[in-house]
Design a protein around this ligand. Structure first.
Ligand SMILES: NC(=O)c1ccc[n+]([C@@H]2O[C@H](COP(=O)([O-])OP(=O)(O)OC[C@H]3O[C@@H](n4cnc5c(N)ncnc54)[C@H](O)[C@@H]3O)[C@@H](O)[C@H]2O)c1
Length: 257
C-alpha cells in the first residue's frame, strides 16, 4: 500500500533540487502533488518534474508561483481544494541566498531573502492552515506542514547573514505554529538539511565549499536530495503523528560533531 494514497500535497520550488526529489517521492507514494515554482524548467534543462511524474503514471500539476505572494500561494491552496476537496500536506521549500556578511549585505538583499525564505514560509503555512482547519481530520490529523530550514538556522552561515537569520526564523516559526495548532490537529515540523548536493540558486558548489562541507560532515559522503525526501515522507506520513514542532536534521551528523 502506497504511504500517501489519496493524499494531496503542495511542494514549493519543486522544479529543482530538494523540492523536485520530494515531489517525485510523494507522487511515487500515491499523493497528488501541486508543483509550485517561479519557473517550470529545471536549470539543467532536463525533463520537468511534472513530465517525470506523469510519465510514471502518477498525478501532478504545475502552477507558476512566487512564494513571496499571498495571492499566488492562496491560489495554489484553492486549486488543490477545488480539484480534490482537501490539502493534506504543505511543503514550504523555496529559498534564496543573497548578500554576504553584515557589512556586505544591502537592504535590498536582506528584503529579498526575507521575502522568499521567511515571509514565503509564513504565507505558505497560513494559506495551508486556513484550508486544513476547515477539513475533517484523517485519524487525528487535519493536515501537515513541513518547512525546509537548514543547519545554518542554528549555527552561523558563513558569509550569509540574511540566509542564516531567515532559516533561524523558520525553525522558530515551526515551533510556534506546532504549539498554536496542535489542538486543531495540525502537525508542523521542519527539516534541516546539511550539505545536499544541488546547485542551489544556480551556484554549483566550488571545490572550497565542498571541502568545507566534507570537513564538517562525519558521514562519509555529502547528502543527496533523496535523503531529504525520505525525511519529508516520514513527516508527511501517519508514522510522525506525535512528532510536532521538531526540526529534523538531515545532515550526516554535521550538527552532532
Ligand atoms: N542544498 C543544500 O545544501 C541545502 C542545505 C540546507 C538547506 N537547504 C534548503 O533546501 C531548500 C531547497 O534547496 P535546493 O538546494 O534544492 O535549492 P535550489 O536552488 O536547487 O532549488 C530552489 C528552487 O526554488 C525556486 N524558487 C526560487 N525563488 C522562488 C520563489 N520566490 N517562489 C517559488 N520558488 C522559488 C527555484 O526556481 C528553484 O527551483 C531551500 O529551502 C534551502 O535553503 C538546502
Amino acid at each position: 500500500m502506497a504511504r500517501l494514497q489519496n493524499h494531496t500535497a503542495i511542494i514549493t520550488s519543486a522544479s529543482n533540487g530538494i523540492g523536485r526529489a520530494i515531489a517525485l517521492r510523494f507522487a511515487s507514494e500515491g499523493a497528488y502533488v501541486l508543483l509550485a515554482d517561479t519557473t517550470e524548467t529545471p536549470r539543467t534543462g532536463d525533463a520537468t518534474t511534472l513530465d517525470l511524474i506523469r510519465q510514471a503514471g502518477w498525478a501532478a500539476d504545475f502552477r507558476q508561483t512566487d512564494v513571496a505572494s499571498w495571492a499566488n500561494l492562496s491560489a495554489c491552496v484553492a486549486d488543490v481544494a477545488a480539484r480534490h476537496g482537501r490539502l493534506d500536506i504543505m511543503v514550504n521549500n523555496a529559498a534564496i541566498g543573497k548578500g554576504g556578511r553584515l557589512t556586505d549585505t544591502t537592504e535590498d538583499e536582506w528584503d529579498d531573502t526575507m521575502a522568499v525564505n521567511l515571509k514565503g514560509v509564513f504565507l505558505g503555512c497560513k494559506a495551508a492552515a486556513q484550508q486544513m482547519l476547515g477539513q475533517e481530520p484523517r485519524g487525528e490529523v487535519r493536515g501537515r506542514l513541513i518547512n525546509i530550514s537548514s543547519q545554518h538556522g542554528m549555527i552561523s552561515s558563513p558569509n550569509h547573514l540574511a540566509y542564516g537569520v531567515s532559516k533561524a526564523g523558520v525553525v522558530y516559526m515551526t515551533r510556534q505554529i506546532a504549539a498554536d495548532y496542535a489542538a486543531d490537529g495540525i502537525v508542523c515540523n521542519a527539516i534541516a538539511p546539511g550539505k545536499i548536493l544541488t546547485d542551489m540558486g544556480g551556484h554549483v558548489p566550488t571545490p572550497d565549499q565542498l571541502a568545507y562541507a566534507t570537513s564538517r560532515t562525519p558521514w562519509p559522503r555529502l547528502g543527496q536530495p533523496e535523503d531529504v525526501a525520505s525525511a519529508a515522507l516520514f513527516l508527511a506520513s501517519p508514522d510522525a503523528t506525535y512528532i510536532t514542532g521538531e526540526n529534523l536534521m538531515v545532515d550526516g551528523g554535521w550538527m552532532a560533531s
